[in-house]
Design a protein around this ligand. Sequence first.
Ligand SMILES: Nc1ncnc2c1ncn2[C@@H]1O[C@H](COP(=O)(O)OP(=O)(O)OP(=O)(O)O)[C@@H](O)[C@H]1O
Length: 291
Amino acid sequence: MNGANSVDGANGLTVTGLTVRFAGLTALDGVSFTVAPGTVHALIGPNGAGKSTCFNVLSGVYRAAAGSVRFGGGELTGLAPHRIAALGVARTFQNIALSGRQTVEDNLMLGRHRLTRAGFASAGLRLPRARREDARHRARVREIARFVGVDEHLGAPAGTLPYGAQKRVELARALAMEPSLLLLDEPVAGMDGGERRRMAEVVLAARADLDMTVLLVEHDMGMVMRLADRVTVLDFGRRIADGPPGEVQRDPAVVRAYLGGAAARGTAESDAHDAHDAHDSAEGGKGGEPG
Ligand SMILES: Nc1ncnc2c1ncn2[C@@H]1O[C@H](COP(=O)(O)OP(=O)(O)OP(=O)(O)O)[C@@H](O)[C@H]1O
């Protein structure tokens, strides 16, 4: 199946024939998939499969050589990152990208920038309209911080928080943009079991309560199985499987791709490690280190 049934018009995403090349290397080779509105969709695959490249095209960081990305009825390919953000697409990063010296509240307020109507001049002059708007945004930021469970940290510099809390602040900042499509790049990488479960709860609550479509890149197969309504699997830039998580985890091409990656690297240690990941993917178990 080619996966490009259009879901234009709502908060659905339709990726068709996406191709990205880097000096002789084809990082994405005609990839197509569809993310239905209001669902959590996972993009998985071994290291180097093309997942980050795909996210970078969706958020406007990379340009595609060919193909199309349609969201909510409009074409995203070729738009600059700020234009894509303005259309309601928010993203978190594999590595934390917060402003460490600023407070959590200020980091979240940055997320609301696109929603701010009063210009810099009136905000600078502290005109009443700008003050009211600022208060409204701060109230919403507090709500979102509570929703994600970081409200106790609002006054702290983001860089001083424990790692797991910083990852949740990143998610809160993305939510502060009030996106209709949320791109999560390895949201639980480096977290312990308790933090992972907490993050999973927040993502599911965001889908249910905030009417959001979520696309997720994640190496933790337990998370993928728990969260995703549908999974697209990439390997060497190509789509090798697409379907419900239970189906995809049994797909021989998927199991082979994960085992093949381990064999190609050839060390006993990485074999054991990746075979463990592949086993997890086949069993829907927990584990899988960030790549
Ligand atoms: N800016 C770039 N310049 C050159 N090659 C790149 C660039 N970005 C990615 N690549 C290459 O494209 C391929 C896909 O990489 P990508 O980072 O998208 O994979 P991934 O699935 O996200 O991997 P991981 O799970 O390790 O993060 C890799 O071979 C990578 O080396």
